[in-house]
Design a protein around this ligand. Sequence first.
Ligand code: NDP
Length: 429
Amino acid sequence: MKRNVLIIGAGGVAHVVAHKCAQNNVQLGDIHIASRTLSKCQAIIESVHEKGSLRKPGLLQAHQLDAMDVEATKFLIRATRSQIVINVGSPFLNMSVLQACIETGAAYMDTAIHEDPAKVCEAPPWYANYEWKRRQACKEARVTAVLGVGFDPGVVNAYARYAIDSYFDSVDSIDIIDVNAGSHGRYFATNFDPEINFREFVSTVWSWENNSWKANQMFEHRKEWDLPVTGKSTTYLTGHDELHSMSQNLGVPNIRFWMGFGDHYINVFTVLKNLGLLSEQPVRTARGQEVVPLEVVKAVLPDPASLAPGYTGKTCIGDLVKGSKDGQAREVLIYNVCDHEESFAEVGSQAISYTAGVPAVAAALLIANGTWDVGGMVNVEELDPAPFIALMNRMGLVTRARHDGQDYVVDPQQQVVERSSTDKVVNSR
Ligand code: NDP
């Protein structure tokens, strides 16, 4: 059993993580929030109190921390007696925070792959360039490290594992589809850290095709999907963290990631990019100041967390899995729909932050009760998806499946019962 959580970062996702930890503080214990800007941590704590999110009276504390400083992070982990660290700061922090966990024995979680500020759109193998180099160290220290446990990466990895195990004899392709059909009413904004958002798309994007990596240009491949609730949606092939780990762990020959973009986003993105304003390389101004254009663009765009009030519409994110079962071709969409306004009413956040934050806290609960406390480094598709999906169903992110003319809530615990009594899982559907 592990208790006491240290949340790193105080942005949009951390806001949701803090609320959800508070709702589950009976199991999780003390909650600490640490970030570069103390006032942002304090604002989250105020919001938790305002919404009455604490399940029972308990400790909720803010701390100023530069999480690039491993010694300072180790000190805070020990001082707060935190046994679980949820890293939802910038992805530049991953390796420092992970190191602090390895040296203190705390369990580690994040929601995005590590990034080097000086590099964009690195070529695969992404996890092998950074996190997986510490696998042995985690194993030797018996430290649980669950990588990429937001929605994508995270839940979509669990969906892939679940679909493969429950619906198919063999799988040929997984298309991860991420559509935000919401509206924030601003001229232009990104739904999470603009710097990280743009860095995903400014150069070559990668897909896993016929068991090897294929390089594509951004916005080169476009596809329309007819999704539940959000309806007809235009998406573009992009690279994404989970493609790498899933390509290595699942044995599926084709794995692609499709993200929805409106024409307006593409126009603004194209102008910024062509002007050189999305560059991660420093430039010198006429006054002799050195600035990184991408950091300047981030500074002038709305803070993603500020989009939440008045955000309307829904997200639909899921995996379209194709393969065969009992000699017949089969296609299953396993997905979640999340509502911006409902997320705001519950925790004061928009749905992108909500869908990333809830899975991280579900994972923390599974580590706390031992179910996912594996004592080593794993990506989400390596873990049993059933307790994760079942828990999220009760925490605000409901999983559904659509196939063969049916559309229903996936209840893995129910299916586990069916499995033991009939030895058949999905045929009963
Ligand atoms: P934000 O930019 O809103 O928040 C990032 C936070 O990290 C800020 O509070 C920032 O502090 C803090 N931070 C940055 N550097 C340091 C440092 N050196 N020490 C301590 N704190 C630091 O991002 P989001 O909340 O939108 O996203 C958080 C993470 O979640 C990102 O990694 C993002 O990629 C990921 N994400 C994952 C999703 C998924 O589904 N898997 C979806 C959405 C996001 P300051 O305010 O001072 O700058």
